[in-house]
Design a binder for this molecule. Structure first.
Ligand code: F6R
Length: 610
């Protein structure tokens, strides 16, 4: 969602704020803005419609300078993207606010504040915060107190930073439902919605907890909990790479991240496998004892992460013999569910800040699961901190909005979870060894699969004028077809649907004609024969087929059937391997169609609102 950066320093902070926004742009990119307090203690603001680059150009034209400032990149919730709706919002030339989240009772507050004479200049919910703080400041001793009084009146989700021109070397921040982190400098301090924004200036971070309000000055950080009591929060040293925000030689972050997958998977496996099993400490201290009790698994996630959960269900039931449900977080959180005895709750999330997944975890923790496990890519994220157990995917920072390396590393994490559970349920040692060996060979296999990139780049030309596409798979390849369809629609804006191939004849066959490309995920497994019959059904109706197949399956190409051969791999790993060409296909189609690959329209990387 929106990205926030703030700084209090002796030096000029404008470039720090702009660089922070560039690094946060993956969160939202419809408009951006910055406010600094200049030497005459005036709030100097520049805002614009569009990306951070446009903001930086505007700042270059009308230079700003100041040691205290806040900045924001927006993903619109209330009010369309426009300069007027861009943050920071200012009240009475005194209070400036940046906010990530949604204020649900903003309409009521707005009416109350209007009745007090406040004039609103935007359609946003955020402007309510600016005026409310200004209003409360009139009856408070200082900004901190005014913010504490204000947040008590807000319903919804927020991560926010507030600047008062009368307290020039201070920022007050608050968190409820949306992440906020403080970056500790030497004689200067910073805040952001993601530590990535602050890596150029610090590696020492404090994560605010739910309900915390904090104030930072150049030399001090003070944090207060929901009851207004001073609290100490742990300092984390980040090992994230400073360069995580650079594309290197790649044209887009998405392509870079696709090619990083062999390394990301190797990192995710490292130190977690013996010759024949998953090491006990892989899922955290005490996890092995917990896992021994498990008889059922409930997986919850959103989007691409949900697809990895769907694959895991096939593995879980086949290999570990454990029943497994998978559900979209936004559905789970609003329905009454029945928890089976000895159930494990697994949440999956790249960011660890997805609002629906977090809410589902919080609900799940009240329902009687034995324990909760987060499979996540961001250490220190809310999901990791609030779960009993965590498995970090070590994919490295993922910047492209379309998730790639996070997905394949989630699958690796889930595969290890399946192995750990299967071991408890008596999977024989030879089979365990075979699966461990297959996992260890994965990085090399991914390297080989990536060599298909030029072939797929050429193939992508067939799709450039298409309006629709159908993806087919069976068994654990069905979720991979779903993931392929999601990738294609989100970055190329081609309407794409996935079907379990056996379901075609129950309706979707009606869509098939020569204009409909059909992408088939067809590894050499025991469902191949059935899948081949489905392919023939499509062929008989004039569809153009693109079959991603095992090199050993010897599919015969023909004018209406293109075959893309993939390296042969262990049956268990096919969902991971067959994901790669589908990622590449959507990438190259998007490039040909000229879309904004890393920041597709209407989307944001981290969905911290409902
Ligand atoms: C699609 C994509 C999204 C995310 C979803 C969940 O490419 O990235 O569907 O997978 O928003 O996000 P996380 O995994 O951060 O919870």
């Amino acid at each position: 969602m929106c990205g926030i950066v703030g700084a209090v320093a002796q030096r000029d902070v404008v470039e720090i704020l702009l660089e922070g926004l560039r690094r946060l742009e993956y969160r939202g990119y419809d408009s951006a803005g910055v406010v600094v307090l200049d030497q005459e203690r005036r709030l100097q603001r520049v805002r614009c419609l569009g990306k951070v680059k446009i903001l930086a150009d505007a700042v270059a034209r009308e230079p700003l300078q100041g040691g205290t400032g806040i900045a924001h990149t927006r993903w619109a919730t209330h009010g369309q993207p426009s300069e007027r709706n861009a943050h920071p919002h200012i009240s009475n030339d005194r209070i400036a606010v940046v906010h990530n989240g949604i204020i649900e009772n903003y309409a009521k507050l707005r009416a109350q504040l209007q009745a007090q004479g406040f004039v609103f200049t935007s359609e946003t919910d955020t402007e309510v915060i600016a005026h409310l703080v200004e209003y409360e400041l009139r009856r408070s001793d200082n900004l901190l107190q005014a913010v504490q009084k204000s947040v008590a009146q807000l319903h919804g989700a927020y991560g926010m930073v507030i600047l008062d021109k009368d307290e020039p070397e201070r920022l007050v921040l608050a968190r409820s439902g949306s992440p906020m982190v403080i970056g500790l400098g030497i004689g200067e301090n910073f805040v952001a919605s993601d530590p990535l924004a602050l890596l150029p200036v610090t590696r020492r971070f404090i994560y605010l907890e739910e309900g915390d309000v904090a104030e930072i000055t150049r030399r001090e950080v003070r944090i207060y909990d929901t009851d207004g009591q001073p609290v100490t929060r742990e300092i984390h040293e980040s090992s994230a790479s400073y360069d995580a925000g650079d594309k290197g030689p790649f044209r887009h972050f998405m392509l870079k991240e696709i090619f990083e997958q062999p390394q990301a998977v190797a990192n995710t496996l490292e130190g977690r496998l013996s010759e024949s099993s998953v090491l006990d400490e892989t899922f955290g201290n005490g996890a092995a004892d917990m896992l021994r009790k498990i008889e059922h698994v409930q997986i919850i996630a959103c989007g691409t992460s949900y697809h990895s959960g769907l694959v895991a269900r096939y593995w879980m039931e086949e290999i570990a013999g454990i029943s497994c449900n998978v559900e979209i977080a936004s559905e789970f959180r609003y329905r009454k569910s029945v928890v089976r005895p000895n159930s494990l709750l697994v949440t999956i999330s790249q960011s660890g800040e997805t609002a629906d997944t977090l809410a589902a975890l919080r609900l799940g923790k009240t329902l009687g699961y034995v324990t909760s496990l987060a499979i996540c890519n961001v250490a220190g994220s809310s999901l990791v901190r609030e779960s009993d157990l965590a498995f970090m995917t070590r994919a490295g920072t993922e910047i492209g909005v379309a998730s790639t390396k996070a997905f394949t590393t989630q699958l690796v994490g889930l595969a290890m979870l399946v192995l750990a559970l299967a071991k408890n349920r008596g999977l024989d040692t030879e089979q365990q060894k075979e699966l461990v060996k297959a996992l260890k060979g994965l990085p090399g296999l991914l390297e080989d699969t990536l060599k298909l990139a030029p072939v797929i780049e050429t193939l992508a030309e067939d799709f450039s004028e298409k309006q629709h596409a159908l993806f087919l798979g069976r068994g654990e390849e069905y979720p991979i077809a779903m993931e392929g369809a999601l990738k294609l629609k989100e970055i190329s804006y081609i309407h794409a649907e996935a079907y379990a191939a056996g379901e075609l004849k129950h309706g979707p066959l009606a869509l098939i004609d020569s204009e409909m490309p059909i992408i088939v995920v067809a590894p050499n497994n025991d469902l191949l024969e059935k899948l081949t019959s489905n392919i023939e059904e499509v062929r008989a109706r004039g569809g153009m087929l693109y079959v991603f197949a095992d090199e050993n399956a010897h599919f015969e190409p023909s004018p209406d059937l293109k075959v893309i051969n993939l390296p042969h791999c262990h049956e268990w790993l096919t969902p991971i391997i067959y994901t790669i060409p589908l990622q590449l296909l959507s990438y190259y189609v998007a490039v040909i169609r000229g879309t904004d690959v890393d920041q597709p329209r209407n989307l944001a990387k981290s969905v911290t609102v409902e």
